[in-house]
Design a protein around this ligand. Sequence first.
Ligand SMILES: Nc1ncnc2c1ncn2[C@@H]1O[C@H](COP(=O)(O)OP(=O)(O)OP(=O)(O)O)[C@@H](O)[C@H]1O
Length: 259
Amino acid sequence: MRLSALELSVSLSGRKVLDGVSFDLEPGQVVGLLGPNGAGKSTLMRALAGLIETPQVRLGDRALSAMGSTERARKIAFLPQQRSIGWALAVEQVVMLGRIPWRGYGQIPSEADEAIAADAMRLLRVDGLAARPATELSGGEQARVLAARAVAQDTPFLIADEPASGLDPAHQISMMQAFRAVAAKGRCVLVSLHDLTLAARWCDRIIVLDGGRVAADGEPETVLNAALLQSVYGVTAHVARDGGKLVLAPLALSQARQP
Ligand SMILES: Nc1ncnc2c1ncn2[C@@H]1O[C@H](COP(=O)(O)OP(=O)(O)OP(=O)(O)O)[C@@H](O)[C@H]1O
């Protein structure tokens, strides 16, 4: 099954934020969504998650907007950019909320629900926090708990908006490893990132948005290079390799495009 944007255009408060965006998301991949602040990444992710009504997003051969909320929640999990937890629940209860689309409100979690939630907690390294009140956790811990909740939803598509921001380097890597494990089960993860090296190392495919349009789409090797970083972000960068994988370190604002 594919999740597709078909010439997707979105205007917000009279401003065109997305302009003719087209691509398919396919199973088994981690896809990185890159682009400068304001490029339209969150808007695109919200549209792909069904939070913006449009006939231009399709799941298989159906418009996403034609699906009911439960059916959609069994297909697509969405991890928004704002990630503070307001519910005074234990971490394991927050993660278990991800199972609601599969069992309905009020029903007792099955053994399978428990096992899926426990796996998600291990994957995001929050199993040691299971009994802690979620509201008492640090920002990065809360972010990992909400990521575990999205993984526990166990959907063919997982859309995560800047999930690595605010995480320390080890947890950034373990978050990307978790997404790779999700993709290895034949699911698709779309993840927006500002860390270029993280994107290059862990993503199978990179889509770059700039000014609401797709500026590049392909394997990290072909997409991420000094010319693209200059034209899209307006920076010069050191591009190197480690173990065959790209390492990209932005160095300075380029003369061609000062903000
Ligand atoms: N409700 C809104 N009304 C008007 N304009 C909006 C609205 N929401 C977002 N925008 C504008 O749409 C553009 C894209 O915003 P969006 O949040 O999708 O960008 P982004 O690529 O996710 O940025 P960032 O990297 O900063 O998170 C921005 O210029 C923003 O100001």
